[in-house]
Design a protein around this ligand. Structure first.
Ligand SMILES: Nc1ncnc2c1ncn2[C@@H]1O[C@H](COP(=O)(O)OP(=O)(O)OP(=O)(O)O)[C@@H](O)[C@H]1O
Ligand SMILES: O=C(O)c1ccc[n+]([C@@H]2O[C@H](COP(=O)([O-])O)[C@@H](O)[C@H]2O)c1
Length: 214
């Protein structure tokens, strides 16, 4: 009987995903393809110690992640940060993944804003030892309702950290903008389709999420 080969390239993509939007989906797809990943763990954050707002209930964010990423081959929803006590630290998650995939090269998938904030992360040096950072650029004027051709890229030239770039067309979308748009009077689920996948838009509408400003 042939032995199963250990997975060689494993990605982790974490986020509040409140809600997951088209840029998240594009980032996951790009990482899977460009990094030739054998698996990509999608990790909704449990307790986002670094965010000032209270996140939507975990079960809603998990369900929306299933709807947003469920059909992506080799992507798997990973709820460990939701189930873990205390703040979600990426270093802890990567340490666990390293134990689960001792032979694999680990990649941490993130957007440019998080790369700029990376040295504020808890045990960021350990994160660097455990994983290769894979970074997609992000418009600096995120959330603004401006045309994409007027969006400017985040300047990463001064970053003194090792990372690989993910080549993804700029998407001027943020979860903040999605929540704000839902909060504006009576948006139909259809009107959200440009920002989030249609099943996510429907879930937001059916569950009356983001009705009040956050
Ligand atoms: N438009 C985007 N382009 C590139 N990366 C993005 C984009 N939106 C989010 N990301 C990345 O996805 C990851 C998860 O982001 P998160 O769930 O916090 O979404 P967000 O849109 O930044 O949310 P919020 O507006 O609530 O802060 C982060 O690494 C973030 O940099
Ligand atoms: O470990 C940390 O200290 C840390 C600090 C900031 C962000 N992160 C992680 O980075 C991912 C993206 O964060 P965010 O704020 O863009 O949703 C998510 O998985 C967070 O848990 C992790």
């Amino acid at each position: 009987m042939a032995a199963t080969l250990p997975l060689r390239r494993v990605g982790m993509f974490g986020g509040a995903f409140d809600p997951p939007h088209w840029a998240h989906r594009a980032l996951a797809e790009t990482a899977l393809g460009q990094l030739e990943l054998d698996a990509l763990h999608i990790l909704p954050t449990g307790h986002a110690w670094h965010k000032s707002r209270v996140l939507s209930p975990a079960h809603d964010r998990v369900k929306m992640c299933e709807l947003a990423f469920g059909d992506l081959p080799r992507a798997q929803l990973d709820q460990r940060e939701i189930h873990r006590e205390g703040p979600s630290y990426t270093a802890d998650t990567l340490r666990e993944l390293k134990r689960e995939y001792p032979q694999a090269q680990l990649f941490l998938v993130l957007g440019a804003d998080q790369l700029l904030a990376f040295k504020t992360w808890v045990r960021w040096q350990e994160v660097l030892e455990l994983a290769t950072l894979a970074v997609a650029n992000r418009a600096t004027n995120i959330g603004a309702d401006i045309p994409l051709d007027q969006a400017s890229e985040t300047d990463l030239s001064g970053v003194d950290l090792p990372f690989v770039r993910l080549d993804m067309p700029l998407k001027n979308i943020s979860a903040t903008a999605v929540r704000a748009r839902v909060g504006q009077a009576a948006q139909s689920a259809g009107a959200l389709d440009v920002l989030v996948p249609e099943p996510v838009a429907r879930y937001i509408s059916q569950h009356h999420l983001y009705q009040s400003p956050t």
